[in-house]
Design a protein around this ligand. Structure first.
Ligand code: ADP
Ligand code: MG
Length: 219
């Protein structure tokens, strides 16, 4: 108070690095759970796919200099696209690439900036995967998160608290996939037998938002 704190309500490059590292750690911690979820309604590789990808992303971070958040997110997206196969690799790659495009040249993000970034990422995922809310995919965690960010933005909520609200909304969206019947991806081959299982991609997307909330907690 009284001192110069122009960035009090923003996150910087270092905070986004912390977010990505935290997400990689969450994926590592929950790898077995993601495998279990994907074994129930897919082919059991979601945890290993995401873990391989996020390890590559973290390797790239070690060489990430500068303060451009967009360049950082794009580098993460490229690492994911080039290292992870299946459905989720390209979809998460697109999410990060589009978040990077939306934040190109930015050294800081406020709640509006974070909202625009995640919304651009979600749009990329939907353009690529054609999933709508209710199809039992990662989109079911990301849509409520983006909606929560928009509400936070119009309520004038600071970015750290906005990320916490987005994570809570993503968690609800993740849980809401349990009774859904899958209409996209491998799980859709099961038809009604996909009902009663939580979607693995919605679970990893919740972890992405929870990681943001943890990384931005002091903001
Ligand atoms: P694969 O299905 O190729 O084995 P993963 O197991 O890594 O790939 O990822 C599965 C997750 O990908 C699903 O749980 C779902 O959330 C997500 N997914 C699959 N297809 C789509 C799609 N068309 N749009 C959005 N998300 C999708
Ligand atoms: Mg799979």
């Amino acid at each position: 108070m009284g001192c110069v704190t122009p960035d009090a309500d923003t996150i910087d490059h270092a905070a986004v690095v912390a977010w990505i590292r935290r997400f990689a750690a969450e994926i590592d911690e929950h790898r077995a759970e993601l495998v279990r979820l994907d074994t129930a309604i897919g082919d059991g590789d979601h945890g290993t796919n995401m873990d391989r990808g996020m390890r590559k992303v973290v390797e790239k971070l070690d060489g990430a200099a500068g303060d451009d958040i967009g360049a950082l997110l794009k580098a993460a997206g490229m690492a994911l696209v080039s290292s992870v196969g299946g459905a989720a690799g390209p979809l998460y790659g697109t999410l990060f690439l589009q978040m990077g495009s939306a934040t190109g040249g930015a050294a800081t993000l406020d709640t509006a900036g974070l909202t625009q970034a995640l919304e651009a990422g979600l749009r990329g995922v939907q353009a690529r995967g054609k999933a709508e809310p209710g199809d039992k995919t990662m989109v079911d965690a990301l849509v409520p998160a983006v909606e929560a960010l928009h509400r936070a933005q119009s309520d004038g909520v600071a970015v750290g608290e906005a990320a916490r609200l987005a994570a809570a909304a993503a968690e609800e969206g993740m849980k809401a996939t349990i009774p859904m019947e899958a209409r996209k991806g491998r799980a859709s081959y099961l038809g009604p037998r996909s009902v009663g299982h939580q979607d693995p991609g919605a679970t990893s997307s919740y972890l992405l938002l929870r990681s943001a909330a943890e990384a931005f907690a002091n903001t």
